[in-house]
Design a protein around this ligand. Structure first.
Ligand code: MIG
Length: 665
């Protein structure tokens, strides 16, 4: 059951389209002693699930999280906010079992037992907001009801479940052709190569650098003949440049965010001075969205949206202040205090709160301060693209995913987990993020495999893939200047990489089926064990194993040089170790605590009793997968049935019922 509580006059985030009648009674569970602050006492059995894209555990207890979308390249344990605002959590314990969604576009702080271990306190900065409380006997039903409330999750085309290769630093056609060639030559499957900012002309959106891509359309079509899609990046900031059509149009029509005096607000991002499209204005949204047509007309079928928190390197206004301050400092004898002050001034230039407070959106003729609706920016950039795609491509789904997001944007696109680093602990971080994101409606998601920042190693990449092949969005991506980390760079291990990447395509009928069922039914694609074994205390407290769909549990190795790991089984399961495409090892493992050996070149999955894992043959791309002739591995002495989902992989309104096919053993 869902109850909606309205406080003050809220800015409509449009996270919920069909709002239930507001409740007049007092909000349950929470004490609302101070204005815009809600607290509740947790008992020791309570687990707090949710909050989507954040650091730390599946159980969010013991830290203060903040919803304020931030360009945060350090995904460390001390970071309260990443790129998203996912204000939904579930409190689940012996005495309570409910979900809470705080629907507000501004900053929210979730103190989940940090200040006091037993107190959960939510503080909302805006004075108008809405809260939804969802009560149901099971976690699965809470999720279903919440997801039904916020609407169906985005579904990408099926080819987007293939493997993607990306790197900030591929600059020209030749670079990309070589990447694809190397994949094919080494018999590594591949479906996408990404273009980062380097493909544009001076980092200008909706341009292609003619020198490095002399015949872009032809290049895109050539690549597609080889079953490789090109997926370009689009940034939020638009370069201020006289004569640049996009800029001129935006300026002319008042499509940019304004300062307090009504002038276009100027910020620094990649291209230097930029203006920010006002994505809250429906006309500006439509205008920006239709610009993607420049690329779809050249055969592009997928995009990623970046820097849309929005990330600001500086504002023109603040930069001036810094120059003045520096000039003043020239007169001083700079000691400890002054040198720290100088450093702080420069560091505070980027993503500065004052800047977010000094520009405005315009909606229905009203001026809205950006800071108060900050978390809607990336959301509405994704929406701009997605709504335009329905017009540009009414029949076929287009791939779109974003860096910044907010509940609501899960209907319009996927997200990637942002700038992680080549660190072992980030495998685990990304594993934990996956189910938390699913709870909030984000299903098409994945991490930069191998790590974005810093230098990867062969073993780290292999172990990361062993998790990544289960993520809907599977992409190897790295930053400019870091070690090259395409699998074929590791000459001595190509076969190991080939086996693991092939396994993704063999699993794809299962992964696609489970994804589609989750999207169309509002359920979890990746679940914490506690969602299924909610009475089993060890299962509830397991933070490093998850269920992928109904049939399998995964438990990736995330420690360097480990030969295996501890695994908890809530019930007897069948361990299947995949090494190469011809053979696998299987073994029944008893319920309880076990140590399982998993070598660097193996992927282990655990099949649940009474379940089936369907498998396809190897294929070099998604298009070449034979979805008709599947083999199965099952753990079903008494027989079992699996509902396989197949469709044409591109239709816009897929129907669950019409596309299910039973497999029995
Ligand atoms: O400030 O476009 O998260 O994936 O490679 C960095 C360059 C801007 C951040 C994205 C990353 C991308 C990078 N971008």
């Amino acid at each position: 059951m869902i109850k909606r509580f309205v406080f003050g006059k809220a800015f409509d985030t449009e996270a919920v389209k069909d709002k239930p009648e507001a409740c007049k009674e007092k909000i349950p569970y929470f004490e609302n002693a101070e204005t815009s602050s809600f607290s509740l006492e947790m008992d020791s059995s309570d687990i707090v699930y949710g909050l989507g894209e954040n650091v730390r555990g599946i159980n969010k207890r013991g830290f203060i999280y903040e919803s304020f979308c931030t360009d945060q390249p350090e995904h460390n344990e001390n970071k309260s906010s990443l790129y998203a605002a996912h204000n939904f959590f579930i409190v689940s314990g012996n005495k309570k079992n409910f979900g809470a969604f705080f629907d507000t576009p501004g900053k929210v702080t979730f103190d989940i037992g940090a200040s006091s271990y037993s107190t959960l306190k939510v503080s909302i900065e805006n004075t108008g907001y809405e809260i939804y409380i969802i009560e149901n006997p099971t976690l699965e039903l809470i999720i279903k009801e919440f997801r039904n409330l916020i609407g169906q999750s985005y579904i990408p085309p099926r080819w987007a479940f293939g493997i993607g290769q990306s790197r900030w630093g591929y600059t020209c056609e030749e670079d990309i052709r070589k990447i694809a060639e190397n994949y094919r030559k080494n018999k590594l499957p591949l479906d996408m190569v990404y273009l980062d900012i380097d493909y544009m002309e001076k980092f200008k959106d909706f341009t292609v650098n003619k020198k490095s891509f002399p015949d872009f359309k032809n290049f895109v079509s050539d690549m597609k003949k080889n079953s490789v899609r090109i997926v370009p990046i689009i940034d939020a900031g638009i370069k201020m440049e006289d004569g640049f059509e996009l800029y001129e149009e935006g300026k002319e029509n008042n499509y940019f965010c304004k300062d307090k005096d009504g002038n276009d607000f100027i910020v620094g991002v990649w291209p230097g001075k930029c203006c920010l499209p006002d994505f809250l204005n429906p006309e500006a949204r439509e205008w920006f969205g239709m610009k993607y047509k420049f690329l779809t007309d050249q055969g592009i079928e997928g995009f990623w949206n970046d820097m849309n928190e929005p990330a600001l390197f500086y504002s023109e206004k603040n930069l001036e202040k810094v120059f003045d301050q520096v000039k003043e400092m020239k007169k001083l004898n700079i000691g400890l205090k002054e040198s720290f002050a100088l450093k702080d001034t420069i560091l505070n230039l980027a993503n500065n709160t004052d800047d977010y407070k000094s520009f405005y959106h315009c909606k229905d003729g009203k001026k809205i301060r950006h800071y108060d609706v900050h978390n809607l920016y990336g959301y509405n950039m994704t929406r701009a693209a997605s709504e335009a795609f329905e017009k540009i491509s009414p029949e076929k789904r287009i791939l779109i995913f974003s860096r910044s997001s907010c509940i609501g944007s899960h209907r319009y696109g996927g997200i990637w987990m942002g700038d992680n680093m080549s660190r072992w602990q980030h495998i685990l971080l990304n594993l934990k993020m996956l189910p938390s994101l699913n709870m909030c409606g984000f299903l098409y998601t994945g991490a930069d495999l191998g790590g974005f920042g810093e230098n990867t190693t062969e073993d780290l990449l292999l172990r990361w893939y062993a998790l990544g092949i289960f993520m809907p969005l599977l992409r190897n991506h790295s930053a400019l200047g870091t070690r090259e980390q395409e699998p074929f760079r590791f000459k001595n291990s190509i076969e190991k990489f080939r086996n693991i990447l092939n396994l993704r395509y063999r699993l794809l009928p299962y992964i696609y089926s489970e994804f589609m069922k989750a999207a169309l039914q509002g359920t979890m694609y990746a679940s914490p064990l506690g969602f299924i074994w909610s009475k089993d205390e060890d299962a509830r407290r397991t933070e490093d194993q998850i269920m992928i769909g109904e049939s399998i549990m995964i438990a990736p190795v995330y420690e360097q040089n480990a030969t295996g790991r501890h695994i908890y089984l809530p019930e007897e399961m069948k361990l299947v170790k995949f090494k190469d495409s011809e053979s696998y090892e299987e073994k029944i493992i008893p319920a309880g605590h076990n140590f399982v050996h998993i070598a660097l070149d193996e992927v282990a999955v655990f099949i649940r009793k009474g379940h089936i894992l369907p498998l396809a043959d190897n294929a070099e791309s998604v298009e070449k997968i034979d979805f008709e002739n599947l083999t199965t591995i099952s753990f079903a002495e008494k027989g079992a049935r699996y509902e396989l989902y197949t469709d044409d992989g591109e239709c816009r309104n897929p129907s669950l019922r019409e596309n299910l096919r039973s497999i029995s053993v």
